[in-house]
Design a protein around this ligand. Structure first.
Ligand SMILES: [Zn+2]
Length: 696
């Protein structure tokens, strides 16, 4: 057996000749064993230079057609992704200073290449010519490839007059910088704050690991007692576990006022102006492209199409969730025996949940050994979609723990493969995800089967026991495997629309959230559980307590998500240069409508809301709930016909999983479900009565 791979050594400063660069090979799988940090930048430079030459040739074609222009462009993009994918993957799972340097050096090269491609007028003209002249002779999927490309050209500002085009580019660059500034402020504000504890009583309720860490930190700083810092795990632990209400309040205040004009760091990293500038530039970019607002610009690539459609969707959920949330909050205050402040809610909720369900994630662990769970998960996929999943030995990966699987059709043809990197280890990014290693293609220039990375961060096996999962872990594994099936079971031949590519961003979580449902199903729970010592399945009584936790405080959780979503969406649709962002006013209005937990006047939650100010969720926070509705409603179809009904599963495969981005997400859903998605499916899944049923 290969020794656990450490960080690949940098052997010499000389750069490998392009010919031996393992990143530039055309092998079916990346040559992980040979890839070294010093290969990264030369490979990408070489590839992008070659690609630019090819782009120049393609842009100069006298009479371009789908076959002579668009297929080669698909091939080109496929090649870039295929070379870059192992690099960004290794950067995430086997990080080192050398690799990070190579990776970071390539980011601006890649983004410059993509921008030049997206703003290429000759290519844009060629696409439009092909669309107008040849559309009748093209297959629907080919027309869709063109439609998406033309859309993305426009959204990148290709069709603007020169001055506007330049302005658009500037605005986009300024946005990148402002968004980075926003994040830096949040980070700096959090890093600047800590809490010094000298009375051990104040630590009551906190777990040993955290206390030990705090003690060590105090020691390092040469002070007595304990130092607690304002990172997310500590914040969450304090708010749920600390018995001292004073400690909870201090943490809540520091957290909820990060990078703002209030709280302990008031004014020092204030994001107020940064937020205004971000909103201003987003609005300007949208207006340059003739959209009334940034929200409309964002919707141009989504499943939801109009502002009222999104708002109505959120309001409808709120009408049902709010009564449930009010009842849950009243119950919680009754349980606590007094009125609750914002910093009390997490603490008492945790206690109520323990009192009511008496089930903890740690207690569940022995029942979910990874081999058993994997076997059960594969059995679910095999039963639903008629595929076979088998491990392939001897595939060299980036670490000895990584396993490799092939997925075969009912008649034994390989349709795709995936790596599974299951365990946490140093230099590996936290969290879980699925990513594309190789995308499916079937082009005149060659074919490729899809390959995926499934990455988790489970507790590794011990000396005398297998890896044991919490039920949260099990749900995570099912979630990522759902993304994996979307990538691997695709039947689309063009890389830009295959698998998860080209899928509307508010619909891309449908397969993953859909598959999560199976991790809660009694029949599946019996199949995937088996005590590592003796093999007995999860006791039924424990199982029903576990299932009951799924809807615990579902109303409170939902109104909180709806508050964020409405705030985000209204802000991006109502912005006007005259009145500015009205950030705090809009938040106050939204809270009056949906919020249940009282929030202090000095709360400055928007100032650290990185999802929408720094990240990709601008005018998109609603997507969480949107995709949950799709998933719940899709699963409801299975509940109606039997959760393993083959015909229903085949329809789901044909209409959604296999289709990639080749079809409008709503049309695909309607094809599967026979009607539009129904938000009530999500409410029922969480035990919340839909508002219209309450009044009926
Ligand atoms: Zn996901």
């Amino acid at each position: 057996m290969r020794a656990a791979a450490a960080v690949p050594p940098v052997r010499s400063a000389t750069m490998a000749a392009p010919m031996d660069n393992p990143l530039l090979g055309q092998d079916p799988l990346p040559r992980f064993v040979q890839i070294r940090p010093e290969h990264v930048e030369p490979a990408m430079r070489e590839l992008l230079t070659r690609s630019r030459v090819r782009l120049g040739e393609l842009a100069a074609l006298p009479a371009p057609t789908f076959a002579t222009l668009i297929e080669p462009l698909e091939e080109l993009q496929h090649g870039i992704t295929r070379t870059w994918s192992p690099v960004s993957h290794l950067n995430a799972v086997l990080n080192s200073a050398a690799l990070r340097a190579g990776y970071n050096a390539c980011l601006p090269l890649l983004s410059a290449y993509q921008t030049d491609l997206a703003q290429s007028e000759p290519l844009f003209r060629a696409f439009r010519t092909i669309a107008e002249r040849d559309a009748a002779g093209l297959a629907p999927v080919q027309r869709r490839v063109i439609e998406h490309a033309v859309r993305d050209f426009r959204l990148a500002g290709v069709a603007l007059p020169a001055a506007d085009k330049a302005r658009f580019k500037t605005v986009m660059q300024e946005l990148t910088q402002l968004q980075a500034k926003f994040e830096e402020n949040v980070l700096d504000a959090a890093n600047a704050w800590s809490w010094h504890v000298t009375d051990p009583d104040e630590l009551r309720g906190l777990n040993e690991m955290l206390i030990e860490q705090a003690r060590r930190r105090a020691h390092e700083r040469d002070v007595r007692g304990w130092i607690l810092t304002l990172d997310q795990p500590t914040y969450v632990a304090v708010l749920t576990d600390a018995e001292s209400a004073g400690l909870r309040r201090a943490f809540y205040e520091a957290w909820a006022t990060r990078a703002s004009d209030r709280g302990p760091g008031a004014g020092r990293w204030d994001n107020s102006q940064v937020m205004e500038q971000i909103l201003h530039r987003r609005h300007e970019a949208a207006r340059l492209l003739d959209f009334p607002s940034y929200a409309e610009y964002a919707l141009a690539t989504r499943m939801a199409h109009t502002v009222p459609e999104v708002l109505e969707f959120l309001h409808e959920l709120a009408r049902s969730a709010r009564p449930a949330a009010l009842a849950e909050f009243a119950e919680l205050e009754h349980f606590a025996g007094h009125a609750l402040a914002a910093w009390d809610v997490g603490f008492h909720s945790e206690r109520l949940q323990r009192a009511r369900f008496a089930v903890s994630q740690e207690e569940l662990r022995p029942y979910f050994p990874l081999p058993r769970v994997l076997g059960g998960l594969f059995a679910v996929a095999e039963r639903l979609f008629g595929v076979h999943i088998r491990e392939r030995q001897g595939v060299a990966a980036w670490h000895a723990d990584v396993r490799f699987f092939d997925i075969e059709s009912a008649v034994g043809h390989r349709v795709g493969s995936f790596y599974l990197d299951a365990y946490a280890r140093p230099n590996k990014r936290s969290g879980a995800w699925m990513d594309e290693c190789v995308g499916r293609k079937r082009l005149a220039s060659g074919t490729a089967l899809p390959v995926a990375y499934l990455v988790c961060n489970f507790l590794p096996p011990g000396a005398d026991r297998p890896a044991l999962l919490t039920h949260d872990d099990v749900v995570t594994l099912f979630h990522e495997f759902g993304h994996g099936l979307h990538h691997l079971l695709t039947r689309i031949d063009y890389p830009s629309l295959a698998g998860i590519n080209g899928v509307a961003w508010d619909a891309v979580e449908l397969p993953s959230q859909f598959l999560e449902n199976y991790a809660w199903h009694p029949q599946v729970l019996q199949q995937i559980s088996g005590h590592f010592d003796g093999g007995s399945p999860l006791p039924l009584e424990m199982q029903s307590r576990l299932i009951a936790t799924r809807s615990f405080q579902a109303g409170l959780a939902m109104v909180r998500q709806l508050e964020f979503a409405l705030f985000d969406f209204r802000m991006h649709s109502e912005y006007s240069p005259e009145h500015g962002g009205r950030v705090l006013e809009i938040l106050a209005e939204v809270r009056r409508e949906v919020a249940v937990v009282p929030v202090p006047e000095w709360n400055r939650f928007p100032h650290s809301f990185g999802h929408i100010f720094a990240g990709g969720y601008a005018a998109g926070y609603y997507s969480y709930k949107w995709a949950e509705v799709l998933a719940a409603d899709a699963f409801a179809a299975f509940e109606e016909s039997g959760v393993f009904d083959r015909a229903t599963a085949q329809r789901f495969l044909d209409a959604i999983l296999a289709r990639g981005g080749s079809r409008d997400a709503l049309d695909a859903f309607v094809e599967f479900r026979g009607r539009k998605p129904d938000p009530r499916a999500l409410l029922r899944q969480h035990g919340i009565s839909p508002a219209d049923e309450l009044t009926a």
